[in-house]
Design a protein around this ligand. Sequence first.
Ligand code: ATP
Length: 344
Amino acid sequence: MPTIAVVPGDGIGTEVIGEALRVLAAIAPDAQTEVFDLGAERYLRDGTTMPADVVRRFGSEFDAVLLGALGDPRVPSNVHAKDILLGSRFQLDLYINFRPCKLLDARYCPLKHATEADVDFVVFRENTEGLYTGVGGQFKRGTADEVAMEQEINTRKGVERIIRAAYAWARQNGKTRVCMSDKANAMRHGHDLWQRVHKEVAAEYPEIKSSHLYVDVLAMRLVQAPQDFEVIVTNNLFGDIITDIGAALQGGLGLASSGNINPGKAALFEPVHGSAPDIAGRGIANPFASILTVGMLLAYLGRPADEARIQKAVQRCLKDGQVTRELGGTLSSREATDAVLAAL
Ligand code: ATP
């Protein structure tokens, strides 16, 4: 019986997670959920962002965490979002950001002539180091001589475990191509480490064709020939950018889901989109990304057949044009979810 911690969060996060939980209840009635009141409302009410015992409970009492979105114009510092998301990511050491980019209906791909088979790759983005650790500093701030430094952290352990995770996943899932991407021609210290570790790990997977692209070339190639890619592994910053190209190729933020994973331990799953304050509270957000996220979560918990069913049901709705407004449809979040439930 899977146990799932649920953090609906802010803005459309609360709306789409409400819908996704209806799908979870239909497909996995044995799943036990506990909803956590964390987010901007809670922060504004009593100053709480992320209690230490909650992170601990996420890691010890639950099989997975399902998160909606965090971000609220009333909290311009975004401190609650940083504490909740980055707190979970770092304290639970969720070093893999897993981002499948799969086109479910060619109509929603911005590329001319792309077929569904052309966009089907996953990105393994390093999730705990790189340029997003906040290491750095400012000197002579606000003066004409100001200096601002942002340090990129690449550890042997961090680089090796993400590259290894990408190859291991490729092998387990019958994929034959892994592409590592960096910028070793310009970033000669940290990315030289990526190059050396990649060669070592790739040698352990002789059946997999390993390749390397500088990230600028990868960005271009993803748009020109996405069919060339099955598994991409890269660092935190580059992964952030590349996965947004991936989201565009698969039909936009309303369809993109992600997992923050430490295999065999805790994992946190979330739609890629944010809290979208511009449409929050109107019941029109696309719930499909969150519904697909539930599928990904169930696959992680050993139920890949459930994920396949959810994907098929969402695909059915896309094909039938049973979609929300940003995809050209007329349905509300609730009606779009009803359509998925009917397809299931
Ligand atoms: P954050 O800063 O929290 O990432 P944001 O509003 O800047 O939030 P997103 O929420 O990721 O960025 O999305 C950008 C825009 O895309 C939104 O303002 C919204 O118009 C649209 N959008 C995002 N997600 C959805 C969705 N699920 N359904 C419909 N439109 C969406």
